[in-house]
Design a protein around this ligand. Structure first.
Ligand SMILES: Nc1ncnc2c1ncn2[C@@H]1O[C@H](COP(=O)(O)OP(=O)(O)O)[C@@H](O)[C@H]1O
Ligand SMILES: [Mg+2]
Length: 297
């Protein structure tokens, strides 16, 4: 069995992958043999690798069926990390409902599956501003904020997402994010590694910015945040019947009006890991990768 590891990216996304360089360096330091390849490069023989690890194949967003086909093909010849069932689950924000059903506090979320759902959802909204997003999205694409009075704008955006073949989510705008930002906790092999604060990405007009490096800073999570993120990871293990802890995971939290953390997002496929914000983070991930590669072998 191959001892070579492959990190998966694509040409358009690699320049935005701030983790790749420190990660490849750390892997070389721990003696791992690493290659970086584009998921959409048809010339790659994926069976050559011991493990194929998603890092930044972010172009999948506009070509999801092709990406999932690729995942299945690679899964049949080598080991995908995280595994395919985890990837499928985490790519679609319907997982928020699964987490909620398992007792994990999440941002209250209404799901809009078809045009007939739109009036009901719009009519039952509370008093505050709201956020609309596609069920499958990343990098803030398609995320938009609406003032509570702007029912027309909200309705139009929901129909626009549905017309493009996407289910949509509507959430209350979590106002704590304006002052506290969100807390993103990163785990390797089930163990907490580090966390960052990410500033609010929605500007007052409702447009979402991309999560560039300058909106991030190191953060020490409080005990409630640790506990909530761990509950979320335990729930995933139950929901997906996982035997091992996830090789890598990111749990994003925001605080509600009572100061309690709620899961905003779980990134288990191709998360930005903000490795640069924590001394030793790249090394910790490289060591976890090395242990897994030995298990695969
Ligand atoms: N319910 C919400 N309340 C306040 N801000 C939100 C909410 N949902 C999303 N945002 C803002 O929009 C950004 C992108 O939304 P997110 O759900 O993280 O989607 P993506 O999968 O694209 O990262 C978040 O980082 C946050 O700043
Ligand atoms: Mg996000």
């Amino acid at each position: 069995v191959s001892r070579t590891l492959c990190f998966v990216t694509d040409q358009a996304s690699l320049p935005n992958d701030y983790d790749m360089t420190p990660l490849v360096d750390a892997c070389q330091e721990v003696g791992l043999d690493v290659e970086v390849n584009d998921w959409d490069d048809a010339s790659v023989d994926w069976a050559r690798f011991g493990d194929v690890v998603f890092r930044s194949p972010w172009s999948y967003l506009t070509q999801l069926p092709a990406f999932l086909d690729w995942c299945e093909r690679v899964d049949s010849v080598t080991t995908l990390r995280n595994p395919l069932p985890v990837v499928r689950w985490t790519l679609d924000k319907h997982y928020l409902a699964d987490l909620e059903a398992h007792g994990v506090p999440t941002i209250p979320t209404a799901f809009v599956e078809s045009p007939t759902d739109v009036p009901d959802v719009v009519d039952t909204l509370g008093e505050g501003d709201v956020v609309v997003k596609p069920a499958i999205g990343a990098y803030s694409h398609g995320v938009q904020g609406f003032r509570r009075h702007d029912r027309d704008g909200l309705t139009r955006q929901l129909h626009r997402l549905l017309d493009s073949g996407q289910a949509a989510l509507v959430q209350p705008y979590m106002t704590s994010i304006d002052t506290l930002g969100e807390t993103d906790l990163i785990y390797f092999d089930g163990a907490f590694s580090h966390a960052i604060c990410k500033e609010s990405l929605l500007d007052p007009s409702g447009v979402a910015r991309e999560p560039t490096q300058d909106v991030r800073s190191a953060r020490k999570p409080d005990a409630d945040e640790h506990a909530t993120a761990e509950r979320a990871l335990d729930a995933v293990a139950t929901i997906l019947s996982l035997d091992d802890p996830l090789l890598y995971a990111r749990v994003d939290l925001v605080k509600d009006e009572h100061g309690a953390p709620r899961v905003h997002e779980m990134e288990l496929c191709e998360p930005s890991l903000s490795l640069a914000f924590s001394e030793g983070a790249a090394r910790r991930f490289a060591e976890a990768l090395s242990r897994r590669l030995q298990q695969s072998a």
